[in-house]
Ligand binder design. Structure first.
Ligand code: G1P
Ligand code: ZN
Length: 544
């Protein structure tokens, strides 16, 4: 086995976005494309010789080939040990767990999250640091800088490792351990939640649940935890076989893409509880019988009920939410007398708050919820958290959420996405909007008066780093908000996200359809940003 040093040239488009480098599969298949990016990651790290690296992915098309390349490159570059999930599988939260538990220097996660997979679908590479979390911007910037000047990479000339057998292999001077993908993660879940109580509850005969893995990475995790450990009936986990193309579906747990689950939960004789996860297992959608829990409300409910759950019995240090997430968690934090941090979009911004012990629970409106147990959002963790609360309170999902609204008021919320808009049109919309911001405060728009209008800038309270231009916010005097930002995870054109929120204190008005309740704000957003005129679209692609 010899180390080969291969000459290469930079690719100009290797700038990581909201969550790693995401491109269509054919881009990653270009000669040297993956290798350049991996070498750029290694070159940006310090002191990795002899250290441990974790590698795994969501099982999508190109996962196995990419892992073989990464193993040979890690060996050629002098890592001491590489831990890789069996079959090349590690959900994103499981990868975070493994990095932390085995004190790895970091990990490479292969995933394009909820984006479709397959030969023409998307692929992605993300580097996580030793705390188990997504690399912060200073690291991703360094990786990008390196990718722009790279002229060679190292790779071992060796045969492929058998990823399907749990065993330890030697690759050059590097030990490669193929580990069970589920064990460490399942043990962590068992340490946080009252599995006995959940088991009694879900096998009592009075409660039925349905878990949808959307043919993506959580299948093996969900079957091991719900069907085997917690004794839920066989078949509780649907679409539980991970497929390279996710069965042709779009593995995003929302009301549009988790169609099978929505049909079950909003059909006749629906189960009591339903949940779905995304491609790499970090997102979750929670449903009750005929009832949808918005992710922002889910975070608020988990926070308000956290002390019912063993892992959080001592209470929360603080809560953190991304800026576009509704302000429902802020109300819980205020009542608990703890801080609520508002961060830019993307899980990487929670890392410092979690590491510093300032926040215990975190969440994003984009179906992401998590805590300090790992440094990624965690879909099945959220499902178990809900089940633990249900097992203790013995009320329905709908009763728990409505009771929450009665206590705190309801932050009525929706997100409208305009996907695959031409980039120049989307940029023009945002630029024009930014140009208007200074004139908006004090103006009356419909029945609302603008309180503030800005482009969100965040100063990290731990390391003082500043992230600017994180989304345009228009806040009204009654606490309602409209937020505009462009997605940082798409691979084609631009996606405009419009986030809408209003507050309703009166329980008599809590049953409104959000699209009706937010109707005036939707119209104001279009007037202010000229969405229809500038995007050429008369309606959003996806409403959640
Ligand atoms: C989206 C979500 C964001 C999430 C990210 C990764 O990013 O909006 O909350 O952290 O995916 O799952 P966006 O496409 O909006 O940049
Ligand atoms: Zn994901």
């Amino acid at each position: 086995m010899t180390v080969q040093t291969v000459r290469t040239q930079p690719f100009s488009d290797q700038k990581p976005g909201t969550s790693g480098l995401r491109k269509q599969v054919p881009t990653f298949q270009k000669p040297h494309y993956l290798e350049n990016f991996i070498q750029s990651i290694f070159d940006s790290l310090e002191g990795y010789q002899g250290q441990t690296l974790v590698v795994g992915g969501d099982g999508r098309y190109y996962n196995r080939q990419a892992i073989q390349t990464i193993l040979k490159m890690a060996a050629a570059n002098g890592f001491g040990r590489v831990l890789v999930g069996q079959g090349g599988i590690l959900s994103t939260p499981a990868a975070s767990c493994v990095i932390r538990k085995h004190q790895a220097l970091g990990g490479i996660i292969l995933s394009a999250s909820h984006n479709p997979g397959g030969p023409q679908g998307d692929f992605g590479v993300k580097y996580n640091t030793g705390n188990g979390g997504p690399a912060p911007e200073k690291v991703t910037d360094a990786i990008f800088q390196r990718s722009q000047v790279i002229d060679e990479y190292k790779i071992l000339d060796a045969s492929d490792v058998d990823l399907d057998r749990i065993a330890t292999y030697t690759l050059g001077n590097t030990r490669v351990e193929v580990i069970d993908a589920v064990t460490d993660y399942a043990a962590l879940m068992e340490a946080l939640f009252d599995f006995d109580q959940i088991q009694q509850f879900i096998t009592s005969g009075n409660f039925r649940l349905c878990i949808d893995s959307l043919h993506a990475v959580t299948g093996p995790y969900a079957k091991a935890i719900f069907e085997r450990r917690l004794n839920a009936p066989a078949g509780t986990v649907q679409n539980g076989e991970p497929l390279e193309d996710f069965g042709g579906g779009h593995p995003d747990p929302n009301l549009v893409y988790a169609k099978d689950l929505v049909k079950v939960m909003f059909g006749e004789n629906a189960p009591d509880f339903g949940a779905a996860s995304d491609g790499d297992g970090d997102r979750n959608m929670i449903l009750g019988r005929n009832f949808f829990v918005t992710p922002s409300d889910s975070l608020a409910v988990l926070a308000a009920n956290a002390t019912l759950v063993p892992g959080y019995r001592e209470g929360l240090a603080g809560i953190a939410r991304s800026m576009p997430t509704s302000q429902a968690p802020d109300r819980v934090a205020a009542k608990l007398g703890i801080d609520c941090y508002e961060t830019p979009t993307g899980w990487k911004f929670f890392g410092n708050l979690l590491d510093a012990g300032k926040a215990t629970l975190c969440g994003e409106e984009s179906f992401g919820t998590g805590s300090n147990h790992v440094r990624e959002k965690d879909g099945l963790w959220a499902v178990l958290f809900w089940l633990n609360i249900l097992a203790v309170r013995k009320q329905s999902v709908e009763e728990i959420v409505k009771d929450h609204w009665a206590t705190y008021g309801r932050n009525i919320y929706s997100r409208h996405d305009y996907e695959e808009v031409a980039s120049d049109r989307a940029n023009d919309l945002m630029d024009t909007l930014r140009g208007k911001l200074s004139s908006l405060p004090g103006q009356t728009l419909g029945r609302y008066t603008v309180d503030y209008a800005d482009d969100f800038s965040y100063t990290d309270p731990v390391d003082g780093s500043v992230s600017s231009k994180q989304g345009v916010r228009i806040g009204f005097t009654d606490g309602s908000r409209i937020v505009f930002r462009l997605s940082g995870t798409g691979t084609q054109g631009a996606t405009l996200r419009l986030y809408l929120e209003s507050y309703e204190a009166d329980p008599a008005k809590h049953d409104q359809d959000p699209q009706d309740a937010l109707g005036d704000l939707i119209q104001i957003a279009d007037e202010v940003a000229q969405i229809q005129a500038k995007t050429g679209r008369d309606r959003p692609t996806v409403i959640t």
